[in-house]
Design a binder for this molecule. Sequence first.
Ligand SMILES: Cc1ncc(COP(=O)(O)O)c(C=O)c1O
Length: 442
Amino acid sequence: MQRRHFLFGIVAAAAGGLLLRPADHGAPHGDYFRTLNDLLRTQGPGRPVLVIDLDRLERNCARLKASVVSGKQLRIVAKSLPSIPLIRHVQARTGSARVMSFHQPFLNALATELPQTDILLGKPMPVRAAETFYRYLDANGGFNPQAQLQWLVDTPERLAQYAQLARTLGTKMRINIELDVGLHRGGLATPEQLDPLLAGIAAASDHLEFAGFMGYDAHVGKIPSILESRETSHRKSNEVYRGFMARATAINPAFTAEKLTFNGAGSPTFRLHGSESPLNEVSVGSALVKPTDFDLGLLEDFEPAAFIATPVLKAMDGLQLPGVGALGDAWALWDRNRRRTFFIYGGKWMAKFASPAGLADNGLYGSSSNQAIVNASHAVNLAVDDCIFLRPTQSEAVLLQFGDIVAVRGAGSASPVIEHYWPILTPGHLQDPVHAAPLAAV
Ligand SMILES: Cc1ncc(COP(=O)(O)O)c(C=O)c1O
């Protein structure tokens, strides 16, 4: 009797264990990625690349254009789309000539390559960076900083530094003031703090001009809803913004929305800014390529348009782990998603597996940025030289890691094509310090 109970227990445990075994999550590439895989196998460079789907990008541009309410302008966030031809493509599809820039070398590249663009800085730069910008600016290139560039300033000290630089250069700078509308990443916290800044600009009116405000509301929707709802955070940040606008017009009635830039928002929040919002322009970048961090309810209709594609270098059966012997076999027996082992070209990117389904990294083996391990089930029929696809979690850093962007049209169709190779922005060449020209008036 006792023995029968015991045997029954073992059988029940084994059956229960089998029921608890992970399901098979694997599958071959679907049509969309299969066509991309075929294209890159035959025409790709045989190394990891960043692919942009032009059809999806263009549909996202149309969605963006349609959601910016009338009376507001769109400013394209350059750091999230860090390639001049990519920005140019987005400018053409959205009709926006405005760009937000966050990095001095990119700022110079924008001024040189897109000289018709209106640029607002997205963060306050050390005055040395501003100086470097003027040093490297081609004075005859068609970009006129006095009309087309707004520097971002957050403190009276920085304002004084910029005023001094403008005097040295014999130029006039447009100054936009950073506001803290609730993000608490710096900027002016109270409207009273405007007084010394606007007074400083007025006192240096030969060299400085007030151009508007930038108040980014990235905290909206990120605070746990039990503490504050998205609607409440949005309403509060708009109220803060309006408080600064009221103070500015009280100081000078000419400081109106018709003359100034009242910038704010970003991909996660721009759709909250309807006609009641104090902003006269919204900034958006990431939503156009939709990395995984932007899988948000408000952006549900936007399509992922940027993928890392990387070749499989080695495809093996079984779970290949050094030094653990039968443990690897037992793990693969238990979890069928561990029954194939691939090594891919590169790895460790800020990205999540996108296709084929059921890919998993292996914490026991460890990660590598040279040849990363990937496990999957037998349903994943990848062979050597096939590509796996990942979605970046964010675009700004990841898009800069692969050299020229591969811009594809017709992904998912019978005959996709590589339409462009788009160079990325280069993070910064410096001139030979010995031969650099002394800083001269612009
Ligand atoms: C000042 C500012 N505005 C707007 C954005 C929004 O950019 P994106 O639309 O790419 O999220 C950012 C992102 O960091 C930002 O720092």
